[in-house]
Design a protein. Sequence first.
Length: 410
Amino acid sequence: MVFCVLLALCMISNVKSTHTFRNHNVKHRDHIEENSLSLSDILPQKPKHYDKNRAPKLQGQPTVVYFHVTVLSLDSINEESMTYVTDIFLAQSWRDPRLRFPENMSEEYRILDVEWLHNIWRPDCFFKNAKSVTFHEMTIPNHYLWLYHDKTLLYMSKLTLVLSCAMKFESYPHDTQICSMMIESLSHTDHDLVFIWNMTDPLVVNPTIELPQLDISNNYTTDCTIEYSTGNFTCLAIVFNLRRRLGYHLFHTYIPSALIVVMSWISFWIKPEAIPARVTLGVTSLLTLATQNTQSQQSLPPVSYVKAIDVWMSSCSVFVFLSLMEFAVVNNFMGPVATKAMKGYSDEDITSQFNEYRGIDEPRFSTASQPQYDTFCHGKNIALCIDQFSRFFFPFSFIILNIVYWTTFL
């Protein structure tokens, strides 16, 4: 009898446990169903009335899309191809009142499947001056879609852009390049779609961005809406002011070229009769300067206008060339007689050289030739005076050039 009572109690306990377990499973399943969300939960009850290609205009007003851009990096600035590379987070937010608010949604926002963007309307923005756009998929696709209570959608994605930049090199290497990133609507005019920068925080630029030869002196957002033959298409732009650092060119172009010019002035302190030394110094300086001029512009595209670096290098070349021409004038005043006299030749050798210069066959010159001989000797003094004058004139002129050049381009 006791055994039967215990058996009955065990059976009753098992029934209660089974019922409790089933109730728990039912509640858990109901909780999952409450939290799950499908595309049909946000689309209108009659999906045929929803046109994903039509902007969600409210009371005839154009749809407003708010943009925010976070610039993570900016690098690979190529002057020759006139491009630069940047990594960004692009955020787009818009309100679509045609969507339904999910009844089982209790959070402030809900993460949606990004693939649903193929079934609902989304802004048709593109980067107007982009040469290539790379979407990041490591380790997962770098984008997400949020839905808020007011039927606002937020789409965020990470992109790498190769953008074109119309660079101008008139002031190179003292230039400031203005490069932009333009976001424009592809197929909607401003009657249907308007892009606006986020009111609170439209642009964030990573403060740790460091460029090898350029500084980001300024950046700002602006509107670039443009009119085409088919209408006005909304457009937003981010503008970067990239100022070139002078340090690299100062130590690799300006100081070396200035030293070459100064080196060419050494010939003014060399005796005029040292013809090989003075000619070699002038020619070598000129060739070295030409080589340096070529190397200083290897990274630039071949442009037809004059650049600041062209003005500097051409001026230096002119100074070196004039120092070489100065020796030609000095050598012309020296003449063959004065040159031999300064080299320590005897009077007979000087007389013979003088007669050859005058076209006289006599081995010695007469007293009547003495004034002409004095003229040749006087040429030596003129040549030395030219050298002495050049020692001060060339440096003074070069200082004036520097003052004019640096006050103009700095």
